[in-house]
Design a protein around this ligand. Structure first.
Ligand code: ADP
Ligand code: MG
Length: 665
């Protein structure tokens, strides 16, 4: 796909549109922070596009049932009374001869500038299957549609606005998803399942875990978009009509960071949506899958109609949450976006009823009032001016290695290859079942210690009730799992005690002694346990003078120290505590921090105590607030308690530190 037409000319048009906008833009530059005024309203714009006859049958045998009157109005035969016609007026009407450029320049291009003001915009193609929605949005290589044209202009505009010396640094990312049978599917990562849609405290709609690809050029965009679109087309032929049953949503985000004080940041989102066909399935007489689908897809379109009606009537409750599509469009309809609905209609008589219903929906939509505002905040961890070079944006080489292939960096022409065994390296504690039993026993002891400590953690954050319930349930499940592991540990202990009883005490390697004496109550021998992989134990044996790090417990009092510093009386106590060198701890912390900041949801799941839900929460928080400055910031993630954060920290830092001792990571 290549956007046709003269790029030069489009740039001139963009510049003209932007210049015209700038004169009136001041009143739109209302920051959400500290905003006391209500943002000015912006009505949803509605355009209607009538496609030409596509099978060449136009003429006396099948005269068109719709006729354009001028650039804003049209008329259609009234089936109730053949003597009269039904007349409609919209913001724009594009007739059979209109070109892709006419629609783009007339209705879409003017709203793109709002993205650079940190505001949202959306373009929705509506209409029955076969009326030209995909042609309008996507087009063909010869006649590129709204999507390629908008991307080309937007990338050009962001390059110019974000050039060195300009006040803001700009970056663009894209995501591409489809909503099929009320499931949100990531077209850039088809293997990922149904994604959840969330709303943050400012009312911004988020999809944690949705792939975001940085794009700096149109070639970048095509590289991600074309294969993803093919995914969808393959699905269509295999799954009978899938493409007309699903809503395809391309999300383009423009991020801006101010280079000088006060270091504001802005985010503008552009939704480009090819909606599912709006025809009435009950009338088509379809059976089987299509009939079954009519419930699901038309749930979304039906709720879309209800949302529009509720907005028009000023009802207190707008049913955004009743379908995935409307939830996603919450900021686009009656929300914070500049929205344009393009209703596509066909001239053939067989489309008549669907055309009337599409026109009626379009007429209702033009009454919807949005209140766009500038989505602006201060950069969370500003230490100095934003660096201009892309190198700065790439981050440390260490962080790069930890990234998954889907999280490419800005300016990187090729996807980063994922490290072959990144997850293994990052999570040496992961496979408990495959561990040396002695190691397992020590880890479980540590787990118990941490669990008892964690009970004094901070209360749950004030999340919405349902999320809190889900979280509490997860915590309960984890607790049960820990209980199960503890029982298993006891069994293992008993087994080992039985074995050890047969051995002479002086033959036992010092490091393994404590296991065999946990229940001895008389004159107790020195109890030491080394938390390190087998490989390290062997190294240790080879160099007996090397410093070792032990797990030692002093009753209820915890103390960190090296083996050399042990007091004799402390050695006799029947308890355990963690000893680990500060460098290893620091290294462990850094690795976790890198992973939290750079890792994909999948990478994050390789950490202890991070399941798919928490991984998505972390990614969502990061998308919203920027990088974590320290590992403890995890506590700020909605849905992660202080207690969970502490327990997470300890489980992971120990593991990563131990991992560092046993080899490269
Ligand atoms: P939809 O996505 O609404 O189901 P399509 O975009 O696939 O419809 O259009 C159906 C057919 O009509 C396609 O073959 C397409 O190329 C053609 N078509 C649609 N709109 C136009 C137009 N404005 N000019 C020429 N052909 C068109
Ligand atoms: Mg289509």
């Amino acid at each position: 796909m290549a956007a046709g037409g003269s790029t030069q000319q489009r740039r001139r048009e963009m510049a003209a549109a932007s210049a015209a906008a700038i004169s009136g833009a001041g009143r739109c530059r209302l920051s959400k922070i500290g905003a006391t005024r209500r943002p000015p309203p912006a009505r949803v714009r509605v355009a209607v596009r009538l496609r030409p006859f596509v099978d060449g049958t136009a003429g006396a045998s099948d005269p068109p049932c719709v006729r354009g009157m001028d650039s804003c109005s049209l008329e259609i035969a009234n089936w109730r009374n053949h003597q009269e016609t039904l007349k409609y007026q919209f913001d724009a009407f594009y007739g059979e001869r209109s070109t892709q450029q006419d629609i783009y320049a007339g209705s879409v291009q003017p709203i793109l500038r709002h993205l650079l003001e940190g505001q949202n915009a959306s373009v929705l193609a509506y209409g029955p299957t076969g009326a030209g929605k995909t042609h309008t949005m996507l087009g063909s290589p010869e006649q590129p549609g709204v999507i390629p044209r908008a991307l080309m202009d937007l990338l050009q505009l962001t390059r110019e606005e974000g050039a060195e010396g300009r006040p803001w640094a700009l970056s663009v990312t894209m995501s591409y998803l489809e909503i099929y049978q009320e499931k949100v599917l990531d077209l850039l990562d088809p293997a990922s399942g149904d994604l959840v849609i969330r709303e943050d405290c400012r009312g911004t709609i988020l999809i944690p875990g949705l792939t975001q690809k940085p794009i700096t050029s149109f070639a970048d965009f095509e590289r991600h978009f074309l294969p993803a679109s093919r995914n969808r087309t393959v699905g269509a032929t295999r799954l009978n009509q899938r493409s007309s049953r699903s809503h395809a949503v391309l999300l383009v985000k423009v991020d801006q960071r101010e280079r000088l004080a006060p270091f504001r940041q802005r985010e503008g989102k552009l939704y480009l949506i090819d909606l599912a066909g709006s025809e009435d399935n009950r009338r088509t007489g379809n059976k089987g899958l299509r009939l079954k689908e009519s419930g699901a897809i038309n749930t979304s379109l039906f709720v879309l109609g209800k949302v529009v009606d509720a907005l028009n009537q000023g009802l207190p409750r707008v049913p955004y949450r009743d379908s995935k599509l409307t939830r996603l469009l919450q900021d686009s309809l009656g929300g914070s976006a500049h929205s344009i609905l393009i209703a596509n209609i066909a001239p053939e008589r067989r489309f008549y009823l669907d055309t009337v219903s599409a026109l009626n929906f379009a007429a209702r939509s033009k009454e919807v009032i949005n209140r766009p505002f500038t989505n602006e905040s201060l950069q969370p961890y500003v230490l100095g001016p934003v660096k201009l070079s892309q190198k700065e944006l790439l981050g440390p080489p260490e962080a790069k290695r930890a990234r998954g292939p889907e999280e490419e960096e800005i300016g990187s022409p090729e996807p980063m290859a994922a490290p072959a065994s990144a997850s293994q390296k990052l999570s040496p504690l992961q496979k408990l079942s495959s561990m040396d039993p002695a190691m397992l026993e020590r880890l479980l002891s540590l787990d118990r210690l941490l669990a008892s400590q964690g009970s004094q953690g901070a209360p749950l954050l004030s999340t919405p009730k349902r999320e809190r319930m889900v979280l509490m349930k997860t915590v309960e499940e984890k607790d049960l799992e820990i209980e199960r592991l503890k029982t298993k540990q006891k069994e293992l202990e008993a087994k080992m005690l039985a074995q050890k009883a047969e051995e002479k005490e002086n033959h036992c390697p010092t490091m393994l002694r404590p296991l065999s004496h946990r229940t001895v109550t008389g004159a107790k021998p020195l109890k030491k346990a080394v938390v390190m992989p087998l490989q390290l134990i062997q190294e240790q044996a080879a160099s007996p003078n090397a410093e070792i790090h032990i797990l030692k417990n002093k009753g209820r009092k915890r103390k960190l120290e090296s083996l050399d510093a042990l007091e004799p009386e402390e050695k006799a106590e029947d308890c355990w505590e963690l000893q680990i060198s500060p460098e290893l701890l620091a290294h462990g912390r850094q690795k976790i921090l890198d992973l939290l900041n750079e890792g994909s949801a999948r990478d994050l799941r390789s950490l202890q105590r991070i399941g798919p839900k928490k991984a998505q929460l972390i990614v969502g928080w990061r998308e919203l607030h920027g990088p974590f400055s320290q590992v403890e910031d995890l506590e700020r993630v909605e849905g992660i308690t202080g207690k969970q954060m502490e327990s997470f920290l300890k489980a992971n830092i120990l593991g990563l530190a131990a991992g560092q001792r046993c080899g490269p990571s």
